[in-house]
Ligand binder design. Sequence first.
Ligand code: M6R
Length: 320
Amino acid sequence: IKFKKFEKIVIIACGTAYNAGLVGKYAIEKWGQIPVDVELASEYRYREPSLDKKTLVIPISQSGETMDTLMALRYAKSKGATIFSVCNTNGSTIGRESDAVLYTHAGPEIAVASTKAFATQLIAMYLIGLEIGRQLEHLSSKKCKEIIKELTQLPAKVEQVLETVEPLRELTRKFKSADSILFLGRHTGYPTVLEGALKLKELAYMHAEGFAGGELKHGPIALIDNGTPVVAIMPTKDSVLAGKMASNIQEVKARGAVVIAISEDEFAGADHLIRIPQVDPLLQPVLAVVPLQVIAYEMAVARGNDVDQPRNLAKSVTVE
Ligand code: M6R
């Protein structure tokens, strides 16, 4: 794909794939300096949005069969857009109807809740972002190489996170009767907490919401009550956002929340601290989502739910 000919990118997806698309927006806009919209496929197709052959549309779909994503793809195609999909399933309809496909090669994903497919969707978005940055000459080859090196180190870092989550499992079980669990994040931590909250809803059948830290005062802080569990992802300490998240944590703690912070660095402001390895801030979701997936898994088990086949859900949503 020659990215130079496009003026904007539209990512269309549903559920977890949409959350991966949001992370993709952060990476592509930063490295590629091209505007990116991320759209829920089910909303996009009925909105009759304007797009043309200068638009690159990126559908993201694990199954490649999601009806809403497929119909949004067909709409975009009928308007002359180029379709470059990110799919996990070889030979799927979305893949076949696209001009180009980046297969994520996560292998068949059996459990209804997407986990490994999400990780590979993130990596696909990073690769697209790097390639756009390179082609549009907004990313130096030095920076590009640094990021690629970090990408290759991610599997070992994910292993490291998994080796240290035992205390988190225990902690999670303590919250099994909570009415609701809230998640806070900033920058790429924001789409990551949306994904964490989605996982918890799907598997634990608990009310869960993910918020951008900056939105807290605009409404969600009213939800905080004595004992409300709040899971917060700390931005890397070099970022100005780390201080802002630390203030958000103080604000919710002052209203009685019990805060579990996921952080690369030592952080004394939370009730519980889960450490993850240091990584480029744009890549942090790959690591930060793992404890969130563990929370959802452990909570589901503690509440006696079927982790692989949660109620009311199908692996592939081929109807509207
Ligand atoms: O197959 P797709 O990636 O197109 O599926 C999209 C969503 O239905 C899917 O991600 C759903 O949200 C998962 N159950 C999340 O765990």
